[in-house]
Design a protein around this ligand. Structure first.
Ligand SMILES: CCCCCCCCCCCCCCCCCCCCCCC/C=C/C(=O)SCCNC(=O)CCNC(=O)[C@H](O)C(C)(C)COP(=O)(O)OP(=O)(O)OC[C@H]1O[C@@H](n2cnc3c(N)ncnc32)[C@H](O)[C@@H]1OP(=O)(O)O
Ligand SMILES: Cc1cc2nc3c(=O)[nH]c(=O)nc-3n(C[C@H](O)[C@H](O)[C@H](O)COP(=O)(O)OP(=O)(O)OC[C@H]3O[C@@H](n4cnc5c(N)ncnc54)[C@H](O)[C@@H]3O)c2cc1C
Length: 672
């Protein structure tokens, strides 16, 4: 039946003001209004339909994405959308595209690909004078990774050899493994690329630098002489990331003018002299830091989507327990379902708040960089690398868990979950493999521990190391379940665990003659110590959020429940760490678990409203199981008939392949 809200009873159970929670989730009233308006604009525009995406062949799928991107650009211009609105548009269109990499570059390298922002600016300021955009039509991509080298950036092979005779660099791919491989937007669209290559002057190798290189003609879009480009092939999942043209690129002695080197950390003069500026070389890696913080901010969106689908469906779905012909039990009422689902709901909120905080940290560091203050670069690198790793791993695993929480129907494309997983899971690899990034955090922690005796005081997210003496000795000294709700108790538990794990690693490394050998040997333990540190950051930022003034009936109380679930779930999952480092006893761990179960029961009546607070349209969710009205079964039934396989009763191939077999079987039966 259309128009009936099958989840209405669930919504009536809410003990808090959902509209106020929507504002907390969005970050501000203004952010909520922008999100709400743009998500409805996209949902109501058939130009952004995604219904058939998982059924389209690759070429059609890709062309359709190009159409959507062009249409989106037109809307941005016609409606004079601000940058904030354009970003929301990208989010709610919900289709990975060449434009993502381009936009990231635009924000990192404004000076180079300034035209995208110029476009918006021109629309606002220069309406009479016409827009400069068509004459500046370029698209950029980020060409760093090679076929043989991804994580090890220092190992890249592409060369940029300076020729002082012509004042040019000669860009060359000397081996097959030096072919650029993976850049999004490269395969079929980009006209330009930021290419990372080894700089060579006068026969000397100066390591990796970045260069802007035109790849395709602006007239006919063909590759320029000496350049070979293509798409690297179909990727995991139906639809999914196949909307993006991840590409391969080779250079055969391609010449570019000297001024196309990005001379931010070093310079090559006209006579070929290499000059290193007095700035950290790591500035070359700033684009990665920038994208990593965006990925952290995006993680909560992907996870909350999956959680919204699984929570609504868990309230609709009933199994077992009917008596005298009554209704069966809603699967959301099974404690096992709650213990798998509610920590993911809590994680979505936790990642939202840590993402907001990381954005502020990143903004602060970019302002400092402009003032030539590089002191916080290591901290922001460790935070972006570690949180990117933690949030994307938890989100990818969480989406898959949500699919399982939806039983068999979760495996259908119409549940939205298989495609969401396929689109999301590469986030564990791109912008730095998650293990490689945690090892970066571990290096930072080991450095911090080794400097503790010095005058350099730990600040920011490692400030807790400053009270190491206390954290190494303290013991959890309370016994009641409700003690686990005190923020100070939770914080100390996570600090003590993180500090003790780092110190244990540092002590074990010191047993080796060569610290690098020790680091390599203990890498698995170091990754766990890094994860403990990152979990502490997420927990502490959630607690900090709760210290703010949060209006709205019951809103703060719900957030306290979610925060408790997030922290105590981690404590339960990583009990070995907390017990092994001696901060708590096994009795205290079991009391914490008792408290966790109590929190699940408190959350239960609010579950549907907590996912409603994400304010997602049915278009954005793209899931029959997650429909707002809970009208799942008729819609699943209806959707099945739309599958191309159901266009005819007798399938293509029947006469060639099924009929002969049937005949053979009939004959065999007749012979018997
Ligand atoms: C159809 C729809 C249309 C819509 C249209 C609408 C249009 C509107 C547009 C709207 C807006 C859109 C918004 C877009 C948002 C996009 C969101 C996301 C999109 C995601 C796209 C994904 C694309 C993916 C890209 C990539 O993957 S790029 C490649 C990334 N590669 C890596 O990450 C490699 C990983 N490896 C490394 O980072 C390094 O090599 C290393 C960290 C492993 C270093 O190793 P090594 O030990 O060798 O170290 P070095 O010697 O190099 O360095 C030593 C010291 O430097 C420190 N260090 C290292 N890295 C950094 C760093 N990044 N910053 C600072 N410091 C760093 C080390 O720690 C060492 O320090 P020490 O000496 O003190 O120890
Ligand atoms: C969808 C997608 C989009 C991408 N977009 C771009 C793009 O736009 N531009 C671009 O330049 N690149 C892009 N990439 C490439 C991406 O950045 C790399 O794939 C990524 O950095 C990982 O590197 P790798 O593939 O070399 O993995 P590898 O480093 O080969 O990893 C393989 C395995 O080895 C392990 N490993 C590697 N090194 C270590 C170590 N030191 N210690 C312990 N374990 C280790 C890893 O954990 C992993 O398990 C993209 C990739 C994907 C999947």
């Amino acid at each position: 039946m259309e128009g009936v809200d099958y989840l209405a009873d669930e919504r009536k159970k809410a003990q808090f003001d959902v509209d106020e929670m929507k504002i907390v989730w969005a970050g501000s009233r203004h952010a909520f209004e922008v999100s709400d308006r743009i998500s409805k604009l996209v949902a109501n525009d058939p130009g952004f339909s995604k219904e058939e995406r998982t059924m389209l062949p690759r070429k059609e799928l890709f062309k359709n994405t190009l159409r959507k991107a062009a249409y989106a650009w037109k809307l941005i211009i016609d409606l004079h959308l601000s940058e904030e609105e354009a970003e929301k548009l990208r989010c709610f269109i919900d289709e990975p595209a060449f434009i993502d990499a381009h936009w990231v570059l635009t924000s990192c390298l404004t000076l180079i690909f300034a035209y995208a922002k110029l476009l918006l600016w021109a629309q606002r300021n220069n309406r009479k004078g016409g827009c400069p955009w068509p004459t500046r039509c370029k698209f950029g991509c980020y060409a760093q990774t090679e076929l043989g080298h991804g994580s090890n950036v220092r190992g890249l092979e592409t060369t940029a050899t300076f020729d002082p005779q012509t004042d040019e660099f000669v860009i060359h791919s000397p081996t097959l493994t030096s072919s650029k491989w993976w850049p999004g937007g490269l395969g079929k669209v980009s006209t330009h690329a930021v290419v990372y290559a080894r700089l060579i002057t006068d026969g000397k190798d100066h390591g990796i630098n970045a260069f802007i290189i035109q790849l395709r003609s602006l007239e006919d879009h063909k590759p320029l002489p000496g350049i070979t480009i293509g798409d690297i092939g179909t990727k995991f999942g139906n639809g999914a990331y196949n909307t993006v043209d991840n590409g391969v690129l080779r250079f055969d002695h391609v010449r570019i003018p000297r001024d196309q080197m990005l001379m931010s950390v070093s310079q090559v003069t006209k006579v070929g002299k290499y000059v290193q500026f007095d700035v950290p070389r790591q500035l070359l890696y700033v684009p990665m830091v920038d994208v990593r913080q965006t990925i952290v901010a995006d993680a909560s969106t992907a996870l909350s989507r999956a959680v919204c689908i699984a929570t609504r469906y868990s309230a609709v779905r009933r199994q077992f327990g009917s008596q005298n012909g009554g209704q069966e039990i809603q699967v959301i009422d099974y404690k096992t379902q709650q213990s798998r689902l509610f920590p993911l709901l809590a994680s979505a909120y936790a990642f939202r708040f840590v993402g907001e905080w990381l954005k502020r940290l990143y903004t602060d560091v970019t302002q400092r960089l402009q003032a030539k203050d590089f002191s916080t670069v290591p901290e922001v690198h460790a935070c972006t690398a570690g949180l990117k790793s933690l949030t994307t791993t938890a989100t990818a695993d969480g989406i898959e868990e949500c699919r399982k929480l939806c039983g068999g129907h979760g495996y259908l494309c119409s549940s939205g979950l298989p495609e969401l997983f396929a689109i999301y899971v590469p986030a564990c690899t791109y912008e730095g493999d998650n293990i490689v990034l945690l090892l970066q955090v571990a290096r930072y922690l080991m450095k911090t521990v080794s400097q503790l005796g010095s005058r350099k005081k730990p600040v920011g997210t490692i400030a807790y190391m400053g009270k190491l003496e206390h954290l190494m000795q303290c013991r959890f000294d309370v016994e009641q379940a409700k003690d686990w709700l005190k923020p100070s108790v939770i914080l100390e538990a996570f600090e003590a665990r993180a500090a003790r794990m780092s110190v244990a690693c540092a002590q074990n490394i010191s047993k080796f003659d060569n610290p690098e050998e020790g680091f390599a040997e203990l890498a698995a333990d170091l990754v766990e110590a890094a994860l403990a540190h990152c979990q502490l950051i997420v927990v502490s930022k959630f607690i900090e959020k709760l210290q703010q003034d949060i209006p709205g009936k019951g809103v703060k109380q719900q957030l306290e429940v979610l925060c408790g679930i997030y922290a105590l779930f981690l404590l339960h999952k990583h009990q070995g760490d907390f017990l092994g480092t001696g901060y708590i006893t096994s009795k205290q761990a079991s009391v914490a678990n008792e408290q966790l179960r109590a929190l699940y029961s408190q959350l239960r009546p609010n579950a549907i409203s907590l996912v409603d607070a994400f304010n997602y349209t049915d278009h954005f969710l793209g899931s029959i199981l997650g429909r707002y009205d809970g009208n799942v079964y008729p819609k699943l039934y209806e959707a099945a008939w739309k599958d191309p396989l159901n266009e005819s009763d007798v399938p293509d191939g029947f006469h060639e392949y099924i009929r002969p077999l049937l005949k053979q079987q009939l004959l065999q039966t007749a012979r018997l």
